[in-house]
Write a protein that binds this ligand. Structure first.
Ligand SMILES: [Fe+2]
Length: 192
């Protein structure tokens, strides 16, 4: 369920978005199957979402990116939906954090699977829309020079909020969780 949706470092879209989709299946398939649910992995993923996505990434979008569109009167309907989805996502993460505990079973397990499904269902198109519509328009809106300046500013904020190499550490954490779940090997996802 990890999702790192669009803002990252020197390029305001891209690598973080990749991480978003990359681990979005963490936990769900295991929960729905007979295997050990790896609830601890899910709890770690939810904590990472709160720290990296909600605590840093979405805050940057909400304070540095969305206001530029609102002020310019551009893509305001899209920005409004993206804001609402950030708020809804926080609610879903909150539910996941509450339910991703070892005692979860029965109905709560079903609710947890449902919350994961909601999270993935919303954030995949959310991320895709930001990458294909919002950020290309953001580049056009602010111009290349300002785009680059903002990229540097985002990186500074990332270091302040997450520490040095905060993004790299988060990606390493995602990889470790994927390895625990046996979904790290990209080649496994190639249809045969
Ligand atoms: Fe977003």
């Amino acid at each position: 369920m990890l999702a790192f949706c669009s803002v990252n470092q020197s390029e305001p879209s891209g690598a973080a978005a990749g991480s978003c989709g990359r681990a979005s299946g963490v936990g769900r398939s295991k929960l729905e199957g007979d295997e050990d649910s790896h609830i601890d992995v899910l709890a770690a993923a939810a904590a990472l979402i709160r720290r990296f996505i909600e605590g840093y990434h979405e805050k940057v979008e909400e304070t540095r990116v969305f206001p530029r569109f609102e002020k310019a009167g551009k893509l305001v309907d899209l920005v409004s939906v993206l804001r609402q989805q950030h708020a809804a996502g926080r609610g879903v993460t909150e539910d996941i954090v509450k339910l991703a505990v070892p005692a979860t079973d029965g109905d709560d397990r079903g609710r947890l699977a449902s919350s994961l499904h909601k999270f993935i269902r919303m954030y995949r198109p959310h991320e895709a829309r930001e990458d294909t519509v919002l950020f290309p328009a953001f580049h056009d809106l602010v111009g290349q020079k300002e785009y680059e300046r903002l990229g540097e500013q985002f990186e500074e904020e990332e270091h302040k909020m997450l520490g040095e190499n905060g993004f790299e550490k988060a990606v390493t954490e995602v990889a470790q969780l994927e390895k625990v779940l046996g979904i790290f090997d990209l080649a496994k996802f190639t249809p045969t």
